[in-house]
Write a protein that binds this ligand. Structure first.
Ligand SMILES: [Ca+2]
Length: 134
């Protein structure tokens, strides 16, 4: 690689970083962004369902209802589905969430109160297939 080519690349990188910095600044000045579901980050207003006990390992975060977990994947490992595959939860929403052992609000119905976390009870351990706020 020639010196000129490297300099050009560095210039492009600097421009990209400057743009990123501006983007960050504008986000800081704006209203708080809404939580983004299924991004692997459990934000205020979301329900997080964890692959393992005690809120560990992979996490599936929902902001909108999750009607059918079967085609879903954990954001941090897209080869693994959260369907029938969660052992703990954390409700970071200000309202109750419902969970169900079958897709589309079928099967056994459970409630997760606002701002609580726990390990799943026997009926729900590795059995949750849909969830919705309320
Ligand atoms: Ca999120």
């Amino acid at each position: 690689m020639t010196h000129i080519h490297r300099t050009t690349l560095r210039g492009a990188l600097a421009a990209t970083l400057a743009a990123a910095a501006l983007g960050t600044a504008s986000i800081v000045c704006a209203e708080p962004a809404a939580a983004l579901g299924k991004d692997g980050h459990l934000e205020q207003g979301e329900l997080g369902l964890y692959y393992a006990e005690n809120r560990t390992n992979l996490m599936f975060d929902l902001f909108y209802p999750g009607n059918d977990f079967r085609p879903e994947r954990y954001p941090a490992n897209t080869s693994i589905s959260p369907n029938d595959n969660t052992e703990s939860y954390w409700n970071r929403d200000s309202q109750t969430w419902s969970v169900w052992t079958d897709p589309f609000r079928s099967g056994i119905h459970g409630w997760i109160p606002a701002s609580t976390w726990s390990n799943a009870s026997t009926n729900f351990r590795n059995r949750v297939s849909s969830a919705n706020p309320g």
